[in-house]
Design a protein around this ligand. Structure first.
Ligand code: MTE
Length: 324
């Protein structure tokens, strides 16, 4: 093993390793409350980053009115300070409370997004042009991380289906592969082999075309801040948060199931589908409950993160205990 690989082996499971240590000491519920309590104190410290990215409506004059539509959950939104200061974005750092400050000078304009593979009209699109081309909507979605914490976030974006329709997928296409930026100069976390860069993700084509699946360009009415995946990231609200790949540079329509970062990293722990499922525990902790940031107690985790009515039919023929 090289030094880099040893470092990766040590660092990669760190959140998981820490979680296990806490489990042994205090039990699952206490561990999670402790973690959230620590996060809380840190979030309220002086120095937590405020979000000062531009308002989307300043770029897209029509946005204000079109934003109103869309799907929304009727639950308390997680304050923007928490959404923007408690992040997983290993390209910058594995420290959730530090991503916002490490990423603060990340420049994401201009940004080209290539859409290719089994499509009749591949193309490379400027993200700001996409923003103007597609009708943007606000979607207030739950987000459930595989680490058993959750938030409610008002995203701004458009259905991924619109972009895929535009490039005209071939009839034999079955999956969609996503790739994040790979640029260690601009993303210091990539100078270590913490993960196998670039971060990659994938969806089945029918999941990608589902109306709940969006590409987000903003949150809370503002351009996406770097730490949340600027300038464009995936949001699939019925799946664990790691499916929501950030800072996307390439989307490829493909025939076979593509590799995904966390599945490659720990195949027994993270599947390709990663549908939120309280009945399938992570090998090292339960997924039955979650810590909603900003709440005192734990709440029950819902099948498909509360979106079962809309998406359960996609998996009728799958045993989700095997295809987790
Ligand atoms: N995308 C990239 N490129 N790199 C990452 O480390 N982390 C994932 C996902 N997308 C990650 C990523 C994980 S584990 C989660 S929970 C969500 O982003 C967190 O999104 P948030 O920081 O906006 O809440």
């Amino acid at each position: 093993m090289t030094d880099e690989q040893m470092l990766a082996a040590e660092i990669t499971p760190e959140p998981l390793y820490l979680a296990r240590r806490r489990f042994l000491k205090w039990g699952a519920a206490a561990a999670s409350m402790l973690a959230t309590g620590v996060a809380y104190r840190r979030l309220n410290r002086v120095g937590a980053m405020s979000v000062d990215t531009d308002r989307i409506a300043d770029y897209v004059p029509a946005a204000e009115s079109s934003l109103k539509s869309g799907y929304r959950v009727d639950e308390t939104k997680t304050p923007i300070e928490q959404v923007a200061n408690y992040n997983n974005f290993y390209e910058f750092t594995t420290d959730k409370e530090a991503v916002s400050s490490v990423a603060k000078n990340f420049v994401s304009t201009p940004w080209q997004l290539t859409v290719d593979g089994m499509v009749h009209k591949p193309g490379t699109f400027d993200v700001r042009e996409l923003m103007a081309d597609f009708r943007l909507e606000e979607r207030i979605y739950r987000m459930r991380c595989v680490e058993a914490w959750s938030m409610v976030i008002p995203w701004i974006g458009f259905p991924l289906a619109k972009l895929i329709e535009r490039v005209e997928p071939m009839s034999t296409a079955r999956f969609v592969a996503f790739e994040s930026l790979n640029d260690p100069e601009r993303m210091p976390g990539q100078r270590k082999a913490v993960l196998d860069w670039p971060y990659v993700e994938g969806l089945r084509l029918d999941e990608a075309m589902h109306p709940l699946t969006i590409l987000a360009l903003g949150l809370y009415g503002r351009i996406l801040p770097p730490q949340n995946g600027a300038p464009i990231r995936l949001v699939v609200p019925w799946k664990y948060g790691f499916k929501g790949i950030k800072s996307i540079v390439r989307i490829s329509v493909v025939a076979a199931q593509p590799p995904t970062t966390w599945n490659r990293q720990a195949p027994r722990e993270y599947g390709f589908f990663a549908n939120v499922n309280p009945e399938v525990p992570h090998p090292r902790w339960s997924q039955a409950t979650e810590q909603r940031l900003g709440e005192a107690g734990r709440r029950a985790t819902l099948p498909f993160n509360g979106y079962a009515d809309q998406v359960a039919h996609l998996y009728q023929d799958l045993d989700l205990h095997v295809n987790f």
